[in-house]
Write a protein that binds this ligand. Structure first.
Ligand code: ADE
Length: 222
């Protein structure tokens, strides 16, 4: 998969792309990620990318020209263009799975003050990562990239997806490591029993109990 990210703040991605699982996925050619500076596409002699909004009111608005030129440059028949905005459809694990089927994602990071409405016409889908407002789409693009890349073949052990929180609309079961007794808090006996069938039953029950308690809305979707 190829992911092209359009942003005004390319340096925000330095840490994200150079650590941990995302770095390994890039090094192993499981994903090709490019970060493009929207400013580089500006035709203005001062590389201007925003201007005052018509009608007054809210501050600077991202201009259409640099974004349209960038998308024209990067888009192919296989591209899916995602626009990040708090007005988009709320992102979730099921959308993450759908995005893994794409060959090429172009992700446009919106701007804190807003973007020209005509930019919307470029998007195949508008996504929001939740009902709160970020200063820009950069963190949202990292959230989406991270959650999609970890699902790609060969990036992490496939079995671990099956037990992900939200897979099948169930939250994850609790896990423990050594020591078996920490400050009086004991690891459940069943996990020390070596009885795999019982362990699996216990885990499934814990998933159901947790989901009932914390996210009953997910159980309704099952
Ligand atoms: N840009 C600003 N807030 C956002 C959000 N919640 N999701 C996606 N993009 C955003």
């Amino acid at each position: 998969m190829k992911i092209d990210i359009l942003t005004l703040f390319p340096h925000m991605f330095d840490g994200f792309l150079n650590e941990s699982i995302i770095k390994r996925a890039i090094d192993d050619n499981k994903v090709f990620i490019n970060v493009y500076d929207i400013r580089e596409y500006s035709k203005d002699k001062h590389k201007k990318v925003d201007d005052y909004g018509y009608g007054g009111g809210q501050g600077m608005v991202l201009m259409p020209q640099p974004i349209f030129d960038a998308v024209d440059d990067l888009k192919t028949a296989e591209s899916k263009v995602i626009l990040l905005t708090p007005q988009g459809k709320t992102y979730n694990q099921s959308i993450a799975y759908d995005l893994t089927l794409e060959k090429h994602l172009i992700i446009i990071c919106g701007h804190y003050e807003g973007f020209d409405e005509r930019i919307r016409t470029l998007a195949d889908i508008e996504l929001s990562i939740g009902d709160y407002v970020l200063t820009g789409g950069e963190l949202a693009s990292m959230v989406i990239t991270d959650s999609v890349v970890r699902l790609l073949d060969g990036v992490i052990n496939k079995d671990s997806h099956i037990y992900d929180s939200f897979h099948d609309n169930l939250l994850d079961y609790p896990v423990y490591t050594k020591p078996a007794n920490f400050r009086g808090m004991e690891v459940p006996d069943v996990l020390l029993s070596g009885h795999h069938e019982k362990i699996n039953e216990w885990r499934m029950q814990e998933q159901i109990n947790r989901t009932k308690e914390r996210r009953p809305d997910l159980l309704e979707k099952r």
